[in-house]
Design a protein around this ligand. Sequence first.
Ligand code: HEM
Length: 382
Amino acid sequence: MAERLSLTSAFSSSSMASLSAASRLLPSATKAARLSLSTPSPSLSSSSSSLKCLRSSLLSPHLLLRQRRSAVHVAASNFGTVASPKCFASDPDQLKSAREDIKEILNTKFCHPILVRLGWHDAGTYNKNIEEWPQRGGADGSLRFEIELKHAANAGLVNALKLLETIKDKYSGVTYADLFQLASATAIEEAGGPKIPMKYGRVDTSSPDQCPEEGRLPDAGPPNPAAHLREVFYRMGLNDKEIVALSGAHTLGRSRPERSGWGKPETKYTKDGPGAPGGQSWTVQWLKFDNSYFKDIKERMDEDLLVLPTDAVLFEDPAFKVYAEKYAADQNEFFKDYAEAHAKLSNLGAKFDPPEGISIDDGPVTAAPEKFVAAKYSSGKD
Ligand code: HEM
């Protein structure tokens, strides 16, 4: 228990403000308000795999049935040898249920942006030049530990962890590493973005001394933004196209001076929330995932919209500009490239069990646009 940040303290005042704004907007928010966010969890530390198997079987009769079926099959074909049930890093049935719970939180708290940032900051520490796991960093759940949450780049992300805490408590058969990536991909899809071709089964780091050192995530205002972005993202094994596509995630969310030091304290687009009011957004409808980020940073017509130095360079650097122009002109191109890049980001550095990963989507996964729900709340417009 001592190994993880205690999340038992009362919700922060900003989170409470979020909740009350959301309640005004949606009646079902009151249901979410009843969720207890102060219950300590016994399940957060690493547990032995046998215990985890037992818990996940208890929670998932479907899984148990499947395991029995497979044991019977193996016994018949192997002349009576008893098959021991195999438990993977995460349980598919629990992943699916957790996804529904995440949707409920998104619909009541409008926290899509911070959940996307949580997934990105867990994965984005990956260093392709280090072979060993977990020293190489990446999507391994290490961002749950206080030591990493306290890195300057992660300011404010403790609120994202608090939002997911009840879900982690409920589904012990879902690793943190999977939960962070599940929450991020679900947030993109629920905000109207493309379907992300995700896989699951990420293994968690087990102790704070496995966290990466500070300084692996990008700065927003380095002396040479293009060179800095390339240095950081190439280290992750990502290319120019993926840098530009992934930067498009800033179509969601806000920057807050009290967290990152960037952005205005509030604008006409953020002063009423939803969620905790304030901050400066990159786009007008900052809960809608579309290509307006590229249109807005290209035009720079609105003083109330944010353009970081690392955003501006996407239209200044000749190689980045090819993609930025394409995405500003064609949302389908952006969605296609974004979905692929997001899935790749979510897998960086991850150790999968089973090695091929787990799919929780039925049928082939394509990058088609999904339904859109929350955007109208981000600007007060219909
Ligand atoms: C390219 C380099 C990047 C830089 C320098 C950067 C920098 C920042 C900064 C300074 C903030 C404001 C944080 C705050 O004050 O709360 C932010 C927010 C955000 N970033 Fe990035 N970011 C980068 C890439 C990405 C990527 C690759 C993603 C996702 C794929 C992403 C997703 C987000 C989201 C969704 C927010 C809004 C969070 C919120 O509203 O709570 N960013 N980023």
